[in-house]
Design a protein around this ligand. Structure first.
Ligand code: AMP
Ligand code: ZN
Length: 117
């Protein structure tokens, strides 16, 4: 059920502490940690503690938490000294989503000149 922990979800396991992560920020409703396979000098993931399969479904169900992801993303970028950064929400396998627990990527620390937009 949406919002409930999912036994097969790697990010739910990070929230519960069953899988370790390099956590850099936590709030009552979110967790921010370093991506295990960084694509830039700074590559963070901000996730809600509750399970929703993607960002849009999170925003529909819990708009306050969705907004908090963005606040935390900016704060985490600032913690790493970034003035410029890119936020990415992959949604669906064809867009590259591999973990079906809502998250936003925070990328930066080098010029990000590649991209579709
Ligand atoms: P996405 O492809 O948008 O679903 O992003 C999932 C991200 O989670 C990928 O960039 C993975 O490298 C990252 N990831 C998967 N497992 C872990 C983990 N145990 N700790 C940190 N990051 C992870
Ligand atoms: Zn989950």
């Amino acid at each position: 059920m949406a919002g409930e922990p999912q036994a097969d979800c790697v990010f739910c396991k990070i929230v519960s502490g069953d899988i370790p992560a390099t956590v850099v920020r936590r709030t009552d409703r979110t967790l921010t940690f370093r991506d295990i396979n960084p694509q830039a000098p700074t590559h963070l993931l901000v996730i809600p503690r509750v399970h929703h399969p993607n960002a849009a479904e999170l925003a529909a169900a819990e708009p306050g938490i969705a907004a908090e992801l963005l606040v935390e993303a900016g704060a985490a970028a600032g913690d790493d000294g970034l003035e410029s950064y890119r936020l990415i929400f992959n949604t669906g396998a064809d867009a590259g989503q591999t973990v079906f627990h809502a998250h936003v990527h925070v990328l930066g620390g080098e010029p990000l000149t590649e991209g579709l937009v």
